[in-house]
Design a protein around this ligand. Structure first.
Ligand SMILES: Nc1nc2c(ncn2[C@@H]2O[C@H](COP(=O)(O)OP(=O)(O)O)[C@@H](O)[C@H]2O)c(=O)[nH]1
Ligand SMILES: Nc1ncnc2c1ncn2[C@@H]1O[C@H](COP(=O)(O)OP(=O)(O)O)[C@@H](O)[C@H]1O
Length: 204
């Protein structure tokens, strides 16, 4: 294989659409993807653990990482910072392993600038009403924050055209199967490009 680097997959979409749920199910099904655990300044929710769901940082620590260029992308989302550790992603891709990011839309757009060869997947709600129900039913946000997240969702949906794929999250299992198909297709596409390249080398 000519290109032995892993492929970077980015799953994004509005808050409450089911990114976390879909990502967890994707990683439950045996595969050799590496999940990049993000840094955040938001408070740990009950049931979450350091180094599993996020690396929890203070504002000061996070801003020091930004200044030191340690983040591949970062965004402020509903009054908190969220960011992707650059070194983990670059080292893992260099080892030939695929890396999977689950991030919000502003950050995904930064990754698109730095890593245009990444594969961008937008998770789409069956309807806005259903999106609202999911955020409310999850019960992690106050009413004020639910409204903030919904307002943000409208802006995020406007960015959908910038993505390579749109997956409707009507049913978790079906959405995960579609994402697995995208991963397989992208490997076949990469192999095709590699085989064309090999052919070119032979002809030289
Ligand atoms: N830009 C960026 N967004 C992230 C990162 N990690 C998580 N997010 C996104 O930040 C948003 C808020 O995450 P969180 O507070 O965990 O809430 P939830 O995902 O809605 O349950 C979600 O859209 C996440 O996908 C990251 O490293 N960078
Ligand atoms: N396909 C689905 N059908 C019904 N409920 C879902 C589905 N996917 C996720 N949910 C629920 O919606 C809520 C938000 O999901 P979550 O994964 O936290 O979203 P996100 O990470 O995008 O903010 C959760 O309560 C989750 O159980």
């Amino acid at each position: 294989m000519i290109d032995e680097k892993g492929i970077l997959f980015i799953l994004s979409g509005p808050s409450g659409v089911g990114k976390g749920t879909v990502r967890k199910e994707l990683f439950n099904r045996a595969n050799d993807l590496a999940y990049s655990i993000s840094m955040t300044t938001r408070e740990k929710r009950s049931g979450e653990a350091e180094g599993v769901d996020y690396f929890y940082k203070t504002n000061e620590e996070f801003e020091r990482m930004i200044e030191a260029g340690q983040l591949l992308e970062y965004a402020r989302f509903v009054n908190n910072y969220y960011g992707t550790p650059r070194k983990y992603v670059e080292d893992t891709l260099a080892e030939g392993k695929d890396v999977f990011l689950e991030i919000e839309v502003q950050g995904a757009m930064q990754v698109k600038n730095n890593f245009p060869e990444g594969v961008f997947i937008f998770l789409f709600p069956p309807s806005l009403e259903e999106l609202k129900n999911r955020i409310v039913d999850r019960g992690t946000e106050s009413q004020d924050l639910v409204l903030k997240r919904l307002k943000e969702a409208q802006n995020e949906i406007d960015m959908m055209d910038a993505y390579d794929y749109v997956v409707v999250n009507d049913d978790v299992n079906y959405a995960v199967t579609k994402i697995q198909s995208i991963i397989q297709s992208e490997h076949c596409r990469r192999d095709r490009i590699a085989s064309q390249y090999k052919q070119l080398l032979k002809e030289e």
